[in-house]
Design a protein around this ligand. Structure first.
Ligand code: HAM
Length: 427
């Protein structure tokens, strides 16, 4: 025994093993098909970025930037770096850096791990995965609606029928400034019920104070002036334009005037899809419009809107629906006996793979009984046997493990050179 102390995965960071990992891949395949149906193209950015990108993009006074980022100083050149806590800021950086919006708007997506140092619980991890979708250069509200319609198509495709949509409008900067002044006044009037965090944020980010879970602050939050009541005609028209299109598509939504989201870049449309099936972490998807971010990060001003889905949460919901049948490890399991049998089995398997079949060749030399047990456990439709008799006759014995056998038979004998063709047409 080695004296090496066993290494475990970090808290809040999960391994995905088969068959769960097989379901991950199946979900990713469905997601890519769905994105392609709306003309979205993949944009890949690095996992690591300059810290100031996120501080500027997401906002200095947000939970993410204040306490959740994995940041460190690169000792080689003294740069402050951060593992991405979300995709949007990095994607906008890439779009500016490569001048992607020079001639036309773009629809892009990314899929992969993001990192937030939160307290782990069901549905909340420190490394998790997002499906991030961004429509860049579109003023909306048609594209805002299209994104939401698109999401409801994905829920349908996965058989998820109990996710509800909440929307709100955060208006424009001037409207938020007027609301902010009224809100600070309200907070000052109720300063005695504010907790420490709320007092600290009262001036720097008063809107986030209303997002509190503190029961002692609920009355104060409920009676606070609503941003929605400060919206001017243009913002309201944008909001109504979105609502009309959602109604056209038959999508039910509720206006939640308290919905502010945890990132500072939003204006006008914000939305979340929420479910009761995931315990405390019920938000499956969040997003909204961020018309100021491209300029804020140094680009030529352009409107934009997008969302991100938490993949762990989506997978949890999908598994609950039990609609997913785990595919077998292989379609054909090749059993063999003796060295000659093993070598013939290996070349036969290659021919079967040429025909597009998924094939496992038994490794090592064990008795047929244990090989058939393995064949069965693999989920294969057939076991192909290559033993002494088969080598002598030039015909493989095919044992049907599940379906496809000729009536009344479980077993048949097929010449080696016709095997690929026969199995391909019957599996
Ligand atoms: P977000 O609301 O911070 O938005 O995250 C989006 C989704 O990621 C959440 O709705 C949730 O499903 C999932 N999520 C967040 N934190 C965790 C966690 N610790 N563990 C597991 N899942 C989590 C954004 O990130 C924005 N960038 C979305 C966006 C894109 N807005 C415009 N474009």
């Amino acid at each position: 025994m080695s004296d090496f102390k066993k290494v475990r995965a970090l808290t809040g960071m999960k391994d995905a093993l088969p068959p769960e990992s097989v379901q991950w891949e199946a979900l990713e395949a469905i997601v890519r098909d769905w994105l392609a149906a709306y003309g979205y193209q993949n944009l890949r950015t690095p996992v690591l970025e300059h810290t100031r990108l996120f501080a500027r993009g997401i906002g200095e006074v947000t939970d993410i930037v204040e306490k959740e980022m994995y940041s460190f100083v690169d000792p080689l050149n003294d740069e402050r770096l951060t593992l991405r806590p979300e995709f949007t800021a990095g994607m906008v950086r890439a779009v500016i850096e490569h001048n992607v919006l020079y001639d036309r708007p773009r629809r892009v997506y990314a899929l992969g791990p993001v990192f937030r140092h939160e307290r782990p619980q069901r549905g909340r991890y420190r490394q998790f995965h997002q499906i991030d979708v961004e429509a860049l250069g579109f003023p909306g509200p048609d594209v805002d609606a299209e994104l939401i319609v698109m999401l409801s198509r994905l829920w349908r495709r996965l058989g998820l029928d109990d996710i509800r949509l909440e929307i709100n409008s955060l208006g424009q900067a001037a409207e938020r400034a007027a609301h902010r002044a009224a809100l600070i006044e309200h907070l000052q009037r109720h300063v005695d019920v504010l907790d420490d965090e709320a007092r600290r944020r009262m001036h720097s980010n008063p809107l986030r104070v209303l997002d509190t879970k503190n029961p002692a602050m609920q009355d104060m939050a409920n009676s606070a002036p609503r941003l929605f009541d400060f919206l001017g005609e243009e913002s309201l028209a944008h909001y109504r334009g979105l609502c009309a299109r959602l109604e056209d598509a038959g999508i039910t939504y509720t206006l939640n005037p308290r919905l502010v989201r945890g990132l500072d870049y939003y204006n006008l449309t914000v939305f979340e899809w929420v479910t009761d099936r995931l315990g405390a972490q019920g938000t499956v998807c969040g997003g909204g419009r961020y018309d100021g971010l491209i300029e804020l990060l140094g680009g030529k001003p352009a409107p934009a809107v997008g969302f991100a889905i938490g993949m762990e949460r989506l997978l949890d919901l999908w598994s609950q629906k039990d609609q997913y049948a785990h595919p077998a490890e292989c379609q054909v399991y090749v059993a063999h006996q003796g060295e000659d049998g093993q070598r013939r089995a290996a070349s036969l398997a290659e021919a079967l793979r040429d025909a597009g079949l998924r094939v496992l060749v038994h490794a090592g030399s064990t008795g047929f009984k244990s090989q058939f047990r393995r064949a069965d456990a693999s989920g294969a439709a057939v076991a192909v046997v290559v033993g002494g008799d088969e080598l002598a006759s030039g015909r493989a014995t095919v044992k049907w493990l599940r379906r496809g056998a000729p009536e009344g038979e479980q077993q048949e004998s097929i010449p080696f050179d016709r095997l690929a063709e026969e199995l391909q047409s019957r599996i």
